[in-house]
Design a protein around this ligand. Sequence first.
Ligand SMILES: [Zn+2]
Length: 381
Amino acid sequence: MKAQEAGSGGLAQGPSSGAWNEPGDDVMLIDTAMQDDARYQALLARDASQDGRWFYSVRTTGVYCRPSCASRPPRRENVAFHASTAEAEAAGFRPCKRCRPTEISAEAHRVAAIRRACDLIAAAEEVPKLEALADAAHMSPYHFHRTFRRVVGTTPAAFARAARLERLTRGLEGAASVTEAIYAAGYGSGARAYADAKAKLGAAPAALMAGGQGLALRYAAARTKLGWLLVAATDRGVASVSFGDALPALLAGIEGRFPKARITRDEGVLGSWLGAIVAAVEAGSAFPDLPLDIAGTAFQAEVWAALRRIPAGQTRSYAEVAAATGKPTAVRAVAGACAANEIALLIPCHRVVRADGASGGYRWGEERKRKLLAAERAAAS
Ligand SMILES: [Zn+2]
């Protein structure tokens, strides 16, 4: 099946382009605009992106929940909606023990504060000082920095650089760009995605093996200084990250790899993941720790895990990686596992070079490898 919109002149013009908030807009305006029927649909879908934005109570049980609660969906006529936990409790409901809506509320609060900080950064000509941003978010600079990293997947400074870059390129490309992708994401779900993100290295699901039969594959893409970057994911995690000079060729690549998958564009969570990866590329900083969904042999999985332990700004020789997997003579097999890597950047095979310092090749182009390493070295020094 063809990827949607592949030929429409670029991903970049998504339905959400232009729909996101101008800096200063109150986030809650959007939330309250969501009609109750839509909210009911969201709770049936257990839509985590709505968590913290509103709550629902169930007349028959006397409890209130967040939208993504895993308990059995209540009947429409028993459900009421509340803007806050306080409102639900004032109406006589108690918090659900399963989804703990009061805890989510605190997290949603932090996420909203980070979103406002992103607005401040995006709107400012000069990059605001960390202390000022933290102050506006009612957090200590340390707590603010940590929370920002967790929610957005990159540091405030890297986000500011990306925002500046976006301002430079916006209009030229008409493109979904770093901050736009992050904005479009709905921070509620993005935050949890990051908090829950654990590297998953293991066997592929059966669906992947069968060319993606019955598999839903989502993708997001953006132009970077190193060319187009495309991220594709299953509901288990990132299945592919690739660079290319042209988007249609990248899409053809994932269609070729997953010929039976249903491939759709996703500017939501995947857009935020893409934004975090692009920001790290631009900054030469560490890549976000995202869940991966990859297929490989046990040895390949070991090599890929070893690659993920190489810090940004450093390189290893193929022999060093072989030694790190406990098989010092398996140098050629390590090179093979690097060449078989489908997930650029997040499995940083670009950080493996030949012992004599020569690049040693890169699936997505030697020049990209050199530039990636140069940016990471510069950022680390
Ligand atoms: Zn619940």
